[in-house]
Design a protein around this ligand. Sequence first.
Ligand code: BGC
Length: 418
Amino acid sequence: MEKKLEFPENFFWGAATSAHQVEGGTRNNWSEWEKENAEKLAEKAKTYWQEWQKEKFPEMLDPQNYISGRACDHYNLYEKDFDIVKDLGHNVHRFSIEWSQIEPFEGKFDEKEIEHYRSVVNALKQRNIEPFVTLWHWTNPLWLEKIGGCESKKFPFYFSRYAKKIAEVFKDEVKFWITLNEPTSIIANSYTRGIWPPQKKSFWLTWKTYKIFAKAHIEAYKSIHSVSEKYKVGFANILHSFEPYRKESWLDKLSVFIAKYFTNRRMLNLTKGYNDFLTVQYYFHNRFKFPKKVRLDDKPVSDMNWEIYPHGIYRILRKLKEHNLPIYVTENGLADADDSRRARFIKDHLFWIHKAISEGADVKGYFYWSLLDNFEWDKGFWPRFGLVEVDYKTMERKIRHSALEYAKICKSNELEFD
Ligand code: BGC
């Protein structure tokens, strides 16, 4: 039997992108790292991925896959992309401003680049699409990287100065600000595992960068609010779902507790009192069998072999409800080149989000990751997350079937569910 689940009035429906992943032509700590590491990453792919993945995505063995280069040329094509956003019935769009373009030299803001983002925001406004602006989506200007990047004690000062500058520029046009995107992903991958730039595996830096990011968010929160009290400011938080593999094992339960603390709670605790809204970026479900995580073979997965576990978002939202703040799901998405699982994925997650709402979680919006296929960091271009397919040779855009299915939900504000 088909049921209709209605979402709250004025619910935000949209998708998200980030500058480095879609714009093309960016020059920052990542672009430099890509050039130095493309060969190594292509070599690593030979042993890292399974046979079916290598067969289906042979481009992962080509070093060129790991260079962001022109990306989706969204820097030039944003108007066309926003026409698609409009046609798909989105009423909000999340994108990031590339700090390295705005402040290519310390303290010197590039007016031409500011003008570019002014046009981007105007293009959204003209289409009645609410802009959600992320100020930092993982990339640093090169001058900042030279003095220590995210490890530098000065990071909070420089970041909040840039945040204030941008907040002043968009005083009347932008209401929603996301300071940092997923600081814990950078902490975990750059400093705990040491696989992302600057590839420094260190317990001390892991510890220290939590504090630096928390301070950067708090300082930016204050500086943005010093421009206008009306702004709504938060940070984009990755939240994983966890469970003990053996329900009775205290060691498995302890592992879950520790992992939950560092992944889901620590940044929230450190920034308490400085968030006007909370966010959820949900991709992962983890099962702990001490001392490791285990994977179950019979579960549905994405092209990247990430388990699809929609129920996890409900568990996360139920917990976040305790904070009594509005919540936005600022990212949730799937690498699915054939587009055979994406529509179901979106509907299943929305089903659980709706259930959380009906139990009191104040969820006010959902952003699918991502609007376009794009550059997936150290994995390069082969994972296809987009509602819209991108041909990287011609830059042609093709709207996927799942995008149309999602558009029905966005336009009707309800989910038809069987
Ligand atoms: C990041 C995106 C990334 C996505 C898929 C999120 O953690 O914010 O930049 O592309 O996950 O991996």
